[in-house]
Design a protein around this ligand. Structure first.
Ligand code: ADP
Length: 256
């Protein structure tokens, strides 16, 4: 197995609060990591650190062996790290298409001046974007792909979550970070959506995924490897079965 991503001894502090405390974590190519832990244990801070939104006070983050610690978020994105957020960042008044391509345009070093003199390239990129967005939507469902120009507010919750994932996938990431994608969904929707995530994985066999999730049955279904955080530290990791056998996890999650 090839190592894709590595966090080495990462620490993040907010004033007196140690949000991540020497966290180390490795991700092999093509695997799904389930990241679990109580509220406030540092899961989202970890995502924010990997994507360049939080500054570290120690440690390093590497993708494909390249140190990306402290780079600007868009430079990290350009190196193949995409994410979704716990709270939706979609624009309800824009179309599905616009919501997906916004992520991509943000990552490009485009200027108004440059675009004025590259109109043909601009038109071509719109056409390519359309084909790419349509193909991405089709991986979820053909009816969703047919709604490419619908305004987003007409879509239900699960389709909106799919659009967030499409936005993250438009740049062909090597590492996809999903921050509690099932939040606010019914159990049936969650089940359907996790089927989608497994399909995304089989369509992108070299991409790795880290998913933050509270529901243990979801973690059991999708994760190859589980990492448990508490107070910014890793308290357990391994296969789902190994992690649920851990005494700390038994007490915290299963109440035994
Ligand atoms: P989780 O995602 O596991 O619920 P977070 O990463 O959101 O946990 O938070 C970890 C800790 O860091 C919490 O105590 C939280 O209150 C604190 N925290 C997170 N972001 C900030 C911030 N921007 N400023 C101050 N404290 C923060």
């Amino acid at each position: 197995m090839t190592k894709l991503f590595e966090a080495e001894n990462v620490s993040v502090r907010f004033g007196g609060l140690q949000a991540l405390d020497g966290l180390s974590l490795e991700v092999e190519e093509g695997t799904i990591i389930g990241l679990i832990g109580p509220n406030g244990s540092g899961k989202t801070t970890f995502f924010n650190t990997v994507t360049g939104l939080c500054r570290t006070v120690g440690g390093r983050v590497l993708i494909d062996g390249e140190n990306i610690t402290g780079l600007q978020p868009r430079h990290i994105y350009q190196r193949g790290v995409s994410r979704t957020f716990q709270r939706s960042r979609l624009c309800l008044s824009l179309s599905v298409f616009d919501n997906v391509v916004i992520g991509r345009q943000n990552s490009l070093d485009l200027t108004l001046f440059g675009n004025l003199f590259r109109r043909r390239r601009f038109v071509e990129s719109v056409r390519e974007n359309h084909e790419q967005v349509h193909a991405l939507l089709s991986t979820f469902s053909e009816p969703l792909a047919a709604r490419i120009f619908d305004p987003l507010h007409r879509l239900n919750m699960i389709d909106r979550r799919r659009i967030e994932v499409c936005r993250a996938l438009i740049a062909n990431p090597r590492l996809l970070l999903l921050d509690e994608p099932s939040a606010g969904m019914t159990p049936d929707e969650t089940h359907e959506f996790m089927g989608d995530i497994l399909k995304v994985r089989s369509d992108h066999p070299r991409m790795s995924i880290i998913i933050i999730e509270h529901e243990m049955d979801v973690i059991q279904r999708v994760a190859d490897h589980v990492v448990v955080l508490n107070f910014g530290k890793k308290v357990a990791e391994g296969t789902f079965d190994a992690v649920v056998a851990n005494p700390w996890v038994q007490e915290a999650y299963l109440g035994t």
